[in-house]
Design a protein around this ligand. Sequence first.
Ligand code: AMP
Ligand code: MG
Length: 286
Amino acid sequence: MAELPDLWTHHPSSVLAFRPGNRVTDIDAGATPGFRGDKADAPALQAERNAVFADLQEMLYANGKTAGDHRSVLLVLQGMDTAGKGGIVGHVVGAANPMGVRYTSFGVPTAEERAHHYLWRIRNALPPAGHIGVFDRSHYEDVLVVRVRNLVAPEVWGARYDEINAFEKELVDAGTTIVKVAMFVSPEEQKQRLAARLERPDKYWKYNPGDLDERKLWPQYQEAYQAVLDKTNTDYAPWHVVPCDRKWYSRLAVTELLIEALRAMDLSWPPADFDVEAERARVEQA
Ligand code: AMP
Ligand code: MG
């Protein structure tokens, strides 16, 4: 299996790891940490790494399906509007076989969801054995938009960080590898992307007039993201901080994070649970 391509000088899992003391306000969203190539290198490399990822994903699925392996992966994508969450889903996770992917996007809670604890809808969306779960937004909205918009009292959202850590610990102990990705776009790039959505009829569906109201709260969101990183970066479910002004970079980086997570599971193809020779003979005569 291919090692980290040499266009990477540092592995994204180390160079993008959130470290205590790191400040959200210091993030350069236009940077390409650990990568010495440029945009022109991206298409071929992305295709090559998508294939590596897809092979590992199939192996994970095969083990879940036939070998009683209960493990799974959960990719948590958090970021402001236009950060490129959908692009990660399409261009990175999209390389996987859909039968092994459980994708969920979390929007404003429905009446039914509101009637339950905030983790209820999250638990319902967890990946089954052998699957890669993808959270397009997540339980972190309950300490992001909910905090910024004062949707519940401070003591209520304030208690959630510890609760989220305990919840994630439970998932990890049960065999889920959690890959948490905080996606950062600059305000300038966000403005361009919002404007671009209004230029093309095929992009209108991504535009939500309310996004501009969230944009006005940028400093408050930065504070809320800082608190998330400070309080929920654990050794069992660490955060990765991904600069997203260059989509080609963020996609390459998240692909490597997923490959790394799958590799660490030390997967192999499940052995046959039948007599291969005998079955060959039977097929011959069939
Ligand atoms: P999008 O990801 O563009 O489809 O937008 C989903 C919207 O749902 C965003 O504005 C989120 O802030 C909002 N949202 C997600 N989770 C929650 C939540 N728990 N409470 C309130 N709003 C939420
Ligand atoms: Mg949106």
